[in-house]
Design a protein around this ligand. Structure first.
Ligand SMILES: [Zn+2]
Length: 245
């Protein structure tokens, strides 16, 4: 199905209503009269337990942090660029994923040179194997690109992972440490495209408000992020939501 603005707004409203019904963090805010007012990202810190539904609470004993992100989100942003697969992603901690989502593209994580590890290169094996294809896509913060490309012998395209939307001169994605990947720079139309099936975005005071439409663990509703963009519009070329300065 194509993009419908009304359906998109409805989906976001449904997620917000469900959050107020079943997620402690939003119930509490609602009780304080805040409704679904913007949530500054700093308020999410150390409150993982309060961001999961009451029926399935977060358990630090049985599951790792939920801030590792959803592999399907990375696949969704990369689909916008149509660069192809497999995907190698630079991270500060490893994840046990070999695919992005259940039937998603092949994937390997690789540690950033600044990660906490005795020798980051000892875990390069899976990423090197994918890089050997010569077509793998590397997703990396700008500062890590040179080091990782040399370490794993990467020869395919590079997608820079940014926390602030500068004017990219090539492929780039926007990343927030709580929300994960929620926009990709389309080199086609030179706009920041949002994977609208997975995220809703709205203009906010001092940033944009992002709602994760598919995730419930953690539930993320109207999280305020300052990425240097403040408006939401529809791309004239693609007819889907884009973020503007
Ligand atoms: Zn576009």
């Amino acid at each position: 199905m194509g993009f419908s603005h009304i359906a998109w707004e409805r989906a976001a409203a449904a997620v917000a209503a469900r959050a107020v019904r079943e997620v402690p963090f939003y119930r509490e805010r609602h009780a304080r009269g805040l409704g679904v007012a913007p949530v500054p990202a700093a308020e999410l810190e150390r409150r993982l337990w309060a961001l999961c539904p009451l029926s399935r609470p977060y358990s630090a004993q049985r599951e790792p942090t939920l801030w590792t992100g959803d592999p399907a989100d990375l696949a969704a942003v990369l689909r916008i660029s149509g660069l192809g697969w497999p995907v190698v992603e630079v991270r500060s901690a490893l994840v046990p994923w070999t695919r992005l989502g259940l039937l998603g593209p092949r994937y390997a994580p690789v540690l950033s040179g600044s990660a906490i590890a005795v020798d980051v290169s000892t875990t390069d094996g899976p990423a090197k194997a994918l890089a050997a294809s010569g077509v793998s896509v590397l997703v990396s913060p700008p500062d890590d690109v040179a080091d990782v490309v040399a370490r794993i012998g990467h020869r395919g395209p590079v997608v820079r992972s940014l926390v602030k939307a500068d004017q990219p001169d090539g492929h780039a994605v926007l990343h927030d440490r709580h929300l994960g990947y929620f926009a990709e720079w389309s080199t086609d139309c030179a706009q920041w495209h949002v994977p609208w099936r997975r995220f809703h975005v709205d203009a906010g005071e001092g940033g944009i408000l992002v709602t994760a439409l598919r995730r419930r663990r953690p539930t993320l509703v109207r999280v305020l992020v300052d990425v240097g963009l403040g408006r939401v519009a529809e791309c004239p070329a693609h007819g889907t939501p884009v973020l503007l300065a």
